[in-house]
Design a protein around this ligand. Structure first.
Ligand code: ZN
Length: 113
């Protein structure tokens, strides 16, 4: 990864490791980041979406087709149960429509309804 003989400051190393995190489909020991930003993990030889898997474990049952798992902080790689919210697809779409109304700085716009 590092060029032979080249020296990197700590700052440069941090910058490089940050850049690597942005790489798609990088192997992370059976854990892959999909192009859509979600994490897939290997269970019994096949890939499942990690956030759905975490929610199913939490509930102790498989998710229904219409049930979707939302990332509260919008980080699709943050699949801690505290960050996951079980919603119906209708509720989920509604929530994302609201998220889309953020301004260019990423702040939520104040809505009056
Ligand atoms: Zn969502």
């Amino acid at each position: 990864m590092f060029k032979k003989g080249s020296r990197h400051s700590i700052d440069a190393r941090i910058r490089m490791s940050r850049a690597q995190k942005g790489n798609k489909n990088r192997w992370q020991g059976g854990r892959i980041t999909l192009n859509n930003g979600y994490i897939a993990i290997r269970i019994d030889g096949k890939y499942v979406l990690e956030h759905r898997h975490v929610m199913e474990k939490h509930l102790g049952r498989p998710l229904k087709k219409y049930e979707q798992v939302h990332h509260i902080n919008e980080d699709r790689t943050d699949n801690r149960i505290e960050n996951l919210l079980l919603l119906s697809s209708t509720q989920h779409n509604r929530r994302h429509r609201r998220l889309l109304s953020r301004d260019s700085t990423g702040k939520f716009r104040q809505k009056t309804h």
